[in-house]
Design a binder for this molecule. Structure first.
Ligand code: HEC
Ligand code: HEC
Length: 299
């Protein structure tokens, strides 16, 4: 600050000082950007919890306590891009204001902590952490921090239906073939021809180290919505048709089945898992069947 006020009166006088002014401005902006969602954190234990939650969302497998809860090569940030602090599909803005909320999947009213634990079982293909565990509380603290000052919305207004459910009704093998072409020219450069990604840089889109068949993105319409707003990373430009085709292609590839009982820690008592749906099995095949498609006919 002191530096820019000293430079200011000289701005028009000399090209060098103009350059230094540009540098000072760039520095000021860089400072603001790097502070990002964590600027103004409260001092003490709450600020530390929010910071830990943010760090675990950005690099979820890094914490040793996560071993059992992260069963693949993803981080929360793989899908909740920029740690959820943007306006893309999957963002965390207004997330905290939506809970408690009725969830059809669990047939129960769930909390933000329940919702986080559910992404661990499905999108992260891991064991469900306790909703009162420090990792889940820290993540909830970070997600709630993003919504500080906003009114609680619960119950949230229903989302408008996108174009994808209608596209699913007439989908066939030609769309999968078109999707494989969209993939080759827009996605394979980062995620690899076999969808396996590149360790530490690009997450896998299918195969044993990606999200399981119980995850939100295993639903073709949800994946299409997400891809349309997020991918290719930094340059999301696909048409709705291309996003749909590539989503159909990706979600017809092999990925882990989801068997609910295998994601609840041994000894889980009914009270430990806030859901009335106690048994669920999803596979690539059953997900397609649910929307009226046949894997055999698509491959
Ligand atoms: C493979 C992608 C993926 C990964 C990885 C993932 N999520 Fe999600 N998450 C989603 C999708 C997609 C939704 C929306 C699902 C829906 O509409 O059913 C979602 C929803 C959520 C929500 C509710 C958001 C809202 O506004 O309703 C929370 C909270 C959440 N995830 C937290 C997490 C956390 C914490 C992690 C890491 C432990 C994580 N997610 C990992 C894909 C992912
Ligand atoms: C420039 C490299 C790049 C390209 C090209 C790209 N992605 Fe990604 N993608 C990423 C990165 C990096 C992430 C993780 C998010 C992050 O780190 O910000 C990601 C995350 C994802 C995820 C969620 C995590 C997972 O592994 O399931 C999906 C799904 C995805 N990309 C699909 C696609 C599709 C489909 C295309 C082509 C239309 C595409 N990507 C093109 C870099 C890329």
């Amino acid at each position: 600050m002191r530096m820019s006020s000293r430079l200011h009166p000289r701005i028009p006088a000399h090209p060098l000082s103009r350059a230094s002014c540009a540098v000072a401005l760039a520095l000021a902006f860089a400072g603001a950007a790097s502070a990002g969602p964590l600027s103004g954190l409260p001092a003490g234990p709450l600020g530390q919890s929010i910071q830990r939650g943010h760090d675990m969302i950005m690099d979820t497998g890094a914490d040793a306590r996560m071993k059992v809860h992260v069963g693949n090569a993803l981080s929360c940030n793989s899908c909740h891009t920029d740690g959820g602090d943007n306006d893309h599909p999957g963002n965390f803005l207004s997330t905290a204001t939506k809970f408690p909320s009725y969830s059809k999947r669990e047939d129960a009213v769930i909390t933000l902590e329940d919702r986080i634990a559910n992404c661990f079982m499905r999108s992260m293909n891991g064991m469900r952490p306790g909703t009162d565990s420090q990792v889940v509380v820290d993540m909830a603290a970070y997600i709630s921090w993003l919504d500080r000052g906003k009114p609680i919305l619960a119950p949230q207004p229903p989302a408008a239906p996108g174009p994808y459910p209608a596209m699913l009704k007439s989908a066939g093998r030609a769309d999968v073939v078109a999707g494989s072409r969209v993939y080759a020219s827009n996605c394979a450069s980062c995620h690899g021809a076999t969808g396996a990604g590149v360790s530490g840089a690009f997450p896998p889109l299918w195969g044993p180290d990606s999200y399981n068949a119980g995850a939100g993105l295993a639903n073709v319409a949800k994946l299409a919505t997400w891809v349309k707003g997020n991918m290719p990373l930094g340059n999301a430009h696909l048409t709705e048709k291309e996003a749909f085709e590539v989503a159909l292609f990706v979600d017809t590839q092999a990925r882990p089945d989801f068997v609910l009982s295998q994601h609840l820690p041994p000894g889980t008592r009914p009270d430990d898992y806030n859901a009335r749906v106690r048994s669920e099995t999803d596979t690539v095949e059953s997900n397609l069947r649910k929307v009226g498609l046949s894997l055999q006919a698509l491959r």
